[in-house]
Structure formats: structure tokens, C-alpha cells
Design a protein around this ligand. Structure first.
Ligand code: FES
Length: 105
């Protein structure tokens, strides 16, 4: 993930506890998040959220319309996109979410 996309920029009005992750899998030569590892990323995000007891719900969605920049995810509604996410970025994203989302405990 390029440096400028590693920081989660959340405006106060964008704070949300819903994280949408695109898991669209296209079996053609068109790009899709699911064919670039987003299902594994969604699984890792869900596990990390559970382990850290974060009050965040993951919604697996089919396509943000940013298919060439996937895997992509965002807080909904209105959060900035994480694009070109890799499995090794999950821990960094979870750290950032942990800072902005109140723990369930
Ligand atoms: S396939 Fe993920 S944004 Fe379109």
C-alpha cells in the first residue's frame, strides 16, 4: 500500500463502526478485489477485530467501482478508501481503527 494510503483519515462526521470490504470475485480478465486477495484480507480483518474486541462490524460488499485499485475497504458511510490493501497491511489498519473506535470492553 503506498504511504499516502496507509493513514486512515477520518473526519469526525465520518466516524463509523461499519467497515465495508469488497470481496467481489470476477472470473474474467477484468480486475476484482476478490481475485487479488480481499477474501483473505476480510477474514484477517474479522479475526483481528474479534481478537482486539473492537466495536466494528465488517460488511462484505460487492464492488465499490474502484476495481483497478483493489483490494479496497472503507468505513461506511463516507470514510476514505484504503486501496491496494495487502494482507500484511491488516495489522496497521487494525491499529488505526483501534485508535478511533472505542473498545467493546
Ligand atoms: S471489485 Fe472491488 S471495487 Fe470493484
Amino acid at each position: 500500500m503506498p504511504d499516502e494510503q496507509k493513514k486512515l483519515k477520518i473526519q469526525p462526521e465520518q466516524q463509523s463502526n461499519k467497515l465495508a470490504i469488497c470481496v467481489n470475485k470476477r472470473f474474467s480478465d477484468k480486475p476484482s478485489c476478490g481475485m487479488r486477495g480481499s477474501i483473505e484480507i476480510a477474514n484477517a480483518m474479522e479475526s483481528g477485530i474479534t481478537e482486539r474486541k473492537l466495536d466494528i462490524q465488517v460488511e462484505r460488499i460487492i464492488c465499490f467501482g474502484m476495481c483497478t485499485q483493489g483490494p479496497s475497504m472503507r468505513l461506511i458511510p463516507g470514510g476514505d478508501f484504503f486501496r491496494q490493501v495487502k494482507i500484511e497491511d491488516v495489522s496497521n489498519i487494525l491499529d488505526q481503527l483501534e485508535r478511533i473506535i472505542v473498545s467493546q470492553e
